[in-house]
Design a protein around this ligand. Structure first.
Ligand code: NAP
Length: 305
């Protein structure tokens, strides 16, 4: 059998997904391709998306990932959602189940799996029934924040969402509340965070601040001390060392970038499509140097298209 997988998004120039999936398939001795489907968010794009989804329903495509700007708009074309995708309100993976297209979300389990790797104490903190739940501060309230907030709240963190547009944080807190319970929203600014964040054990950057090419940008307010016992996780992985991570390390904090999450969310998707265990190490080897290098901007990926 030759597998056919792909990614729906726009633009897709610098996606690492073909390399990740290509490396895993090779290591698993499976034949297959991973195509990039660059689908603009317009009427022509909707038609193209419908055609590709019809191919999947017919069994010609075996699995699809979805990225910006289609994670929410794709939902209307699907037959059902997994409980995780329904709670988060966004789909990053599409599965075929008896001819039906199921929208799933592997960003949440991917983030949690990597967090437990890089910050093993996270499990200890959330398993500790004697103390109050550990506090996590999530910066940003966009698509990635939805998955991260859901994942953390589900696993016992008390989650505070900080966004530069406080209304966006409040809306996210209100939308996720039915699935995960109480969440807190604060403005992403010095004086608001100063009162709230000192006890945080985890800070997650789910904004795009610091991502190439805007590498000097940092979501953490200048002059605001970092919570002294926090682990700092930056979803951004291009560059590997963001300004936020540099500042956190300079303040003696442990930290990690989002490359592990990228690998995990891809691995979980491939596991769901094939039903087989997926080799994370092979995936990591395929992208580690690339994601670490500023030259990632210039990577031209093989797209099989
Ligand atoms: P998104 O939906 O566009 O949301 C971005 C969020 O960041 C919004 O809340 C936005 O606020 C905020 N923001 C942008 N620049 C900011 C700044 N300078 N200061 C403060 N807030 C700022 O994007 P997304 O899909 O959530 O992705 C966010 C980041 O996560 C991206 O860098 C993406 O590459 C990364 N990501 C990584 C993984 C992984 O596997 N590692 C997975 C998903 C996403 P406004 O709405 O006010 O602009």
């Amino acid at each position: 059998m030759k597998y056919s997988f792909g990614l729906l998004g726009y633009p897709l120039l610098h996606s690492l997904s073909p390399r990740l999936h290509g490396a895993a398939l090779a290591d698993m001795h499976l034949q297959g391709e991973y195509r990039l489907y660059a689908i603009p968010p317009d009427a022509d794009g909707r038609q193209t998306m419908k055609r590709i989804l019809a191919e999947m329903r017919a069994g010609e495509v075996h699995g699809l990932n979805v990225t910006i700007p289609h994670k929410q708009t794709v939902i209307e074309f699907l037959d059902d959602l997994s409980p995780t995708a329904a709670a988060i309100g966004a789909v990053n993976t599409i599965l075929l189940d008896s001819g039906r297209l199921i929208g799933d979300n592997t960003d949440a389990p991917g983030f949690l799996a990597d967090l437990e790797q890089v910050f093993p104490k996270s499990r200890e903190l959330t398993n500790d029934q004697q103390n109050t739940p550990p506090q996590a501060l999530v910066l940003g309230a966009g698509g990635a924040a939805r998955a991260v907030v859901y994942a953390l709240a589900q696993t016992g963190w008390k989650v505070m969402i900080a966004a530069r547009r406080p209304a966006q944080a409040e809306q996210l807190a209100a939308e996720l509340k039915p699935a995960v319970g109480e969440l807190w929203a604060v403005p992403l600014e010095d004086h608001a965070l100063r009162d709230y964040c000192t006890l945080a054990r985890l800070v997650v950057n789910a904004t795009s601040a610091g991502m190439l090419p805007d590498v000097e940008s940092c979501p953490w307010p200048t002059g605001l001390p970092f919570p002294p016992a926090a682990f700092v996780y930056d979803l951004v992985y291009k560059p590997a060392q963001t300004t936020l991570l540099r500042r956190a390390r300079a303040n003696g904090l442990q930290s990690a970038n989002g490359l592990g999450m990228l690998i995990e969310q891809a691995a979980v998707a491939l596991e769901r499509w094939t039903g087989l265990p997926v080799p994370r190490q092979a995936m990591r080897r395929a992208v580690e140097g690339l994601a670490a290098s500023p030259a990632t901007q210039d990577i031209s990926l093989q797209t099989n298209d």
